[in-house]
Every structure is written in C-alpha cells, then in structure tokens.
Design a protein around this ligand. Sequence first.
Ligand code: HEM
Length: 394
Amino acid sequence: MDVLDLARTQFAVTGSLHFLFVVLTLGLAPLVAIMHTRYAVTGNPIHERMTRFWGQIYVTNYALGIFTGLVMEFQFGLSWSGLSHYAGDIFGAPLAIETLGAFFLESTFLGLWIFGWHRLPKWLHLACIWLVTLTAHVSAFWIMATNSFLQNPAGAVERGDHLVLTDFGALLTNPTLTMALPHVIGAGLWTGGFVVMGASAYHLFKRTSEREFFTRSLRLGVITSFVGSLITVGFGYAQFLPLSTLQPDKFEASALTGASLGAMIGIGQLLQLAIMFVLMPVVYWLPRWRWAQPILMVITPLPFLAAILGWLVRETGRQPWLIYGKLTVADALSPGLTSGMITTSLIGFAGVLGLLAVVDYVLIARTVRRGPAAVTLGADGPADSTERAHALSY
Ligand code: HEM
C-alpha cells in the first residue's frame, strides 16, 4: 500500500471504531432518559433500578468512547493538512462547536447526573440526563453538518487557494445533512434498543431472579428498535433523493461501494421485517419464549455492523474526492509523510482504539452478567424514596 492508501485505511479504521461507541451512546441516552422520566413521574423503584443499570452501561461506553473521538480530531492535522488548509475556515467552526458540546457540556451534565443521585433535587437531576441526551444529539448534528459539507460543499466559494463560507444557512440545510442526520439518529435508537433487548434476553434465558426487570427492559428494547427501524429505513431510502442529483454515480463508482450498500440494506430490511412482523406483535409474549432468546442475543451486533457498512458506503462512494468536486483525497494528504510514519501511527491507533472497544464490551458484558443488584451508579445512597424515608427515620 502507498502512503495515500495507508492514510485512508487509518481514517477508516479509527472512524469505524469510534462510531461503534457513538452509535450506542446516541441510542442509549434517550432510553435512559425515558427510564429516568418514568421513575420521576411514578416513583416506582423498578424504574430507578432500570435507570441505574442501563445508565451504568451508558456511562461505561461514553467514558471509553471519548478518547476515540480525540484521535479523530488529531488526524486532521496529522494526515490531512491539505484539507485543513483548503477548507479549515469552514469545517473548523462546526468541529470546534461539536468538541465543546461533546467534551464540555455533555460531560459536565453527565458528571452532574452521575454524582447527583440522592443529592440533586429530583427534577433537576432528571433535567441533567435530558441535557446529556440533547447535547449528544447536538454534537451529532455538527459532525454530520461537517461531513455533509464534504459530500456537498454548500454555501462556500473558492477564494484564492481556499474555500470561504458565504452562506451559513446553506451549510446547515445541506440536503445531504437533512436526510442523513435522522438516518444516523434512527440507527442509534435501533442499536441501543438491540443492546437492551439482547442483554435482557440473556437474563431471561438464564432464568435469573430479575424476571420483571428484564421483561420490562426487553419490551422497551423492542419498542425502541421498532421506532429506530422506521426512522432508519425511511430516511435511508430518502437519502437516494438528494444523492441522485448531487452524487449521481456514487453507488456504481466501485464494486466495493455497491456490495457494502447491498449488505447494509439487506441487514436493515431483514431486521426491520423481523421487528415489524415478529417482534412487535408478540412483544408481550416474547419474554416467555425461551427458544427466541438466544436468537435475540445473537442478532444484537447486527445494527453495529450495518452502521459501519453505512459509513463505508458514504465515504468510499465519493472517491477520489475528499470535498466532492473540489478537493481530491490525494491533494488533501499532508506533505512529507512516509509509509513508515503512517504504518506506525496506524498500528498505534488501531491497537489502542481496538483495545478500548474490547475493554468496553468486556465491561458492558460484565455489568450485564452481574445484573442490577451489583450496579454501582447511584448506589451511594438509599435506592428509592421508600428506602430513603426508612433510612431517615433512623
Ligand atoms: C433499508 C435499509 C437501509 C437503507 C435503504 C439505507 C440507505 C443508506 C444510504 C443510501 C446511505 C449512504 C448515504 C450517502 O452516501 O450519503 C447510508 C448510510 C448510512 N447508513 Fe444506511 N440504510 C439502511 C439501513 C441501515 C441500518 C440498519 C443502519 C444501522 C443500524 C444504517 C446506518 C447507516 C449509517 C451510519 C450511514 C452513514 C451516514 C449516513 O449517510 O447517513 N443504515 N444508508
């Protein structure tokens, strides 16, 4: 492989590993916020236990995933200085806003939520998890706005040797953004729902003592994936509309792009049909069907796979362009790089990010296996209002 292919491989590997964390964060945040809202409204302790259990899985994924995002930003300077020089004036701002959102606002609200258990007033504490959810999705918006600019450089004109932004509104209403953002948000819900569903199926299959907890969780997981699948598939097909005029030869450009597009749609359609015609109608009986539970466990990783395939389609399909019609990938490569340099950083990044992904799934699997009784999030006080009142009476 030459330097260019190595640098592209490095971005594809790190981007894919990073997105494994992102897609689960996007899906689990609203789920945990909904569980917390149900607890705040009803005061039912099972909703508190569900919030803390699935919340701990969310926090684990967020904490390990944040480092993988730093590597992505770092690579713009390392391998793609041509892109920063040519279009940094435009995509620098949304990327910086995203970083501020994800690293400062989201993590601040998440910190307040984690340490606010039994300390913050009920509604303020609930507001924190909704703000985490909101900032996560606002971050997704800015990243997708940046990526969509590379797909279709709307609102910019060339001045001298670089692009300048002339229409901020066009950057934010880019047709490759308005269809792709809901597609990604739907994919997140689908993935989060599948993780909740698969983990719940594990406990029901093992016949642990938490039957009610995981029956409720499994139902919520199926309903969430159902909603996610409607959004994902609807906006998935809708994406072909802007692409037919903006990047008309995208899916015929290479056999690889066509084959991965086919795989993503295949996985998506198959799972959606299964959710719509099998899982949703029988959601109330599903927890009792032991034979179905291993199937639910085995299919848990499929939305992750479809999401990575989706990104490979979106990115490989516009080759050789980095900014469609304006800047080629070859012209964006930093000067002076050698194969040795990129190989070294590729091995380093892939090794560290791969290890983080493995650690993430091992920790999540351990939390799932140990069950709600072993959760540490919010465990530094009485578990629910009844216990709190009981504790105060002593
Ligand atoms: C019938 C099912 C589906 C259709 C028709 C579809 C369609 C598409 C298309 C056309 C693209 C490329 C857009 C571009 O190049 O600009 C794409 C990308 C993508 N897809 Fe799908 N997709 C489907 C299922 C899924 C599923 C099940 C997931 C994950 C759960 C997923 C996640 C993604 C992601 C993350 C991207 C990259 C970002 C984006 O372009 O939105 N897709 N999809």
